[in-house]
Design a protein around this ligand. Sequence first.
Ligand SMILES: [Zn+2]
Length: 336
Amino acid sequence: MSEIRPLPARASVSSPPLPRTALSTLPLILLLLFFSLTAAPLLRAQTVAQGERIAAASYPVWLFTRYLNQGRDFFSVELMTSPETGCPHEFNPRQEDLEKLSRTKNLVENGLGLEVYLDRALRVAPSDIFIIDASKGVPTLLLDSGRVKVTGDVSKKTVDPNPHIFLSPKNAALMTANIAAALTEKDPAGAEHYRDRLERFQASMETLEEEIANFKNTRRGYKVVTSHGFMDYLAAELGILIVADIEAVPEVAPSPARLQSIVQLVKSEGVSAILLEPDSDVEQAKSLGAETGVPVAVVDPATSGSADPPVDYYQQVVSSDIALLSRLLPANVKAN
Ligand SMILES: [Zn+2]
């Protein structure tokens, strides 16, 4: 299901050579040319005034905002990070990223501290910047939810919410509703458009919810280890228990002692899979898999992709994640 609309074909008009008799119309052509040249700056000014910039602080909220804006294009939605950044825990904005922030009137963020870099980067933003926190009202899980204690765990985690709320169709629907409300506030004339796009988005989340229900109906008691807490909300919806993270702190390599502790835990807890995000240390996870005899797979949290993905890229990614997990963790109970 792709909703990319083809660009309208540009009218291709080739100018035939002027016949000699057309020379008499030359003053008229020059007059038209004069008007078209003087009108051009006015038209350009109008185009700029029409679109307001929104900087998106991370890839998932960029996808959601882009989906809502599609077809109206009142806003110019710019991604602050590089599209291949992944989780932005360690993202360090480049000069060009800061320039995006300095010239924008609006910022959409995942919130809950996912975009750590914003604390400092926001110093360059206009003082009256309009900030859309997509996490507003989204129920959260604690970072160590379900985890069994292993060597090198960070105890302060227990009070922190897990910020990876976007990888869950239920949460994505809430986040997109928050963004739609904010876009409507900034562009009231587009209220009907944003309502329509939000309804389409929510309908596509319901389709994913059906895929999740099919998974959950036929599977019980699966335990997994993840590279870090990138997929807790999807796992919770699927009924999969995450018992440990390879990394005690996201994007910080685990100590050999911690890795050994994870090996023991995979065996003692009866873990069925080791699940990584695309930019994890695959070789390290493979050796964990080899040592424990447990399969290793990559689950995509939709935190990275191309600079111009299909408008329903998020839906495609989550659907293929559910399909992958369905193959990896086979049905072990009869359907209700
Ligand atoms: Zn992360």
